[in-house]
Design a protein around this ligand. Sequence first.
Ligand SMILES: Cc1cc2nc3c(=O)[nH]c(=O)nc-3n(C[C@H](O)[C@H](O)[C@H](O)COP(=O)(O)OP(=O)(O)OC[C@H]3O[C@@H](n4cnc5c(N)ncnc54)[C@H](O)[C@@H]3O)c2cc1C
Length: 497
Amino acid sequence: MAPSSIAILGGGLTGLSAAFHLSRRFPAAQITLLNKDIHFGGWVRSRRARITLKDGRETSVLLEAGPRTLRPNSKSVLELINLLDLSPSLLTVPKSSPAARNRFLHLPGTKGLLCIPSSPLSILTSGLSPKSSSLHSPLGHILLSAVAREPFRPWNRPLMIEDESVDEFLSRRFGSEFARIFGSALVHGIYAADSRELSVRTAFPSLWDAEERGRGSLVTGFLRPSRASATAEVNDLPYQLGNVDEQMRGVSVYSFSQGIGVLVDALLRELRTRRNVRLLSGVSATGLRMNPRTAQFEITTSSCETLRATHTVSAVPLPSLKGLISPKTPLPHLTANPYSSVTVVNLVFLASPGHVLHPVGFGYLVPRASSRHAENAILGCVFDSSSMSTQEAPWSADIVKMTAMLREPVASIPRLVDMLSEQLGVRLPDPLIVRVHDNAHCIPLLRVGHLQRMQELSEVLRGEPWSSKLEVIGAGVGGVSVGDCVEAGRRAGRSWA
Ligand SMILES: Cc1cc2nc3c(=O)[nH]c(=O)nc-3n(C[C@H](O)[C@H](O)[C@H](O)COP(=O)(O)OP(=O)(O)OC[C@H]3O[C@@H](n4cnc5c(N)ncnc54)[C@H](O)[C@@H]3O)c2cc1C
């Protein structure tokens, strides 16, 4: 039966996307969204900070404490851009631009950056060009020999396994050095986590599928067409993309002139116009139960209200949901995954002619250290002023903006600047602006076996007392990227119609 009232717990991107789509699909249902924080958007926090340039002009710089760039592969986000009319504020980075192509690694125990070869040709020529000698990359040799050998390695997936860690998977196919250097760095960049714990089937399902398509070889598998994506298209509701997918042709990453917060603001603006939607901020759910007599959910809140709803979407972190439900009706696996903490530090410097602070490129990542070196506190650093220079137009040439990601809180800013200088191989000046954001327990580490556990959770939600009327979604369930979260909100309540 179609819902007459829906409660949505959590007003991060997942909850807001759910409210947007559910209010369109069920215009007769009364929808109430509760968000514990005063500000909506969860980890999305885009703010501008005032800055005075060398010649005395006043301007502002955009600083992101959470997500900063999106990939155009998520159609659900492109759909929001179309439906919320956000194209005018889109900023895109073409795949062909140096800002997209140049990505670097800093290897613990060394100084400076190494360029990750961006194409087979650049692997072959990385040692030849005198211009690239400072960034001349031994990574090319590791990459080339791992990729060239992979198709000749026999099928080596252990019998009967349904999942393994990203590190185990990559070590099997490409060797342990490749897995440690490239795999751990990638996982640091996306999950701020250890690739030895992250589930490959959850985080990179296309790798697992390619291995099967290639009968053991990923390289062969990627050269064969994927049937899975064709099936997914058939089963999905068509996305309303307008001409946004045209705009995204050839785009590597994108954001908005006022940052990712634009998505949150636009969703809120739209939801506030919907007569069937009530948005409550600074109000948390404190309890959730299904009343068997009325067949309604009863949600107690921090404002001492009891909210009743025929259907509920939980878009709060899974450990928070565990705290809401009664031990008499437990849900499995809500605390199976730990959450990584990330300290994000925005740094803004005044540019000086002739003093280049970083190479043109997206930024760099720091892989897991080998046994001979100590682990680095810095996970990576984004060169915002080249990867999203247009956010500061027309003053972008006057400032250098970068964002460091650390696995632990910053003990001292001068020490951090020293560490960054060493990794960049350039002496950084004193920053003009520093903003430190200690994001505690912000990214779920989806451990090996996550898909299986989530299937078991869905089975329990189909049974009594929930009867499929409670949907559990969010970064800790279906994937952490903004695209995953928006897609999960879009799919919420599909079985309710
Ligand atoms: C530092 C950082 C950088 C990132 N960078 C990127 C990036 O560049 N690209 C990308 O695609 N992704 C990125 N991500 C991932 C992505 O931003 C998040 O996974 C996503 O925003 C999570 O959204 P969510 O709504 O599921 O959860 P959250 O953002 O955690 O929102 C949950 C909401 O629930 C509310 N809540 C909690 N408990 C209760 C309760 N009891 N009652 C009511 N409300 C409650 C909270 O107030 C919060 O607003 C990044 C994440 C972080 C932390």
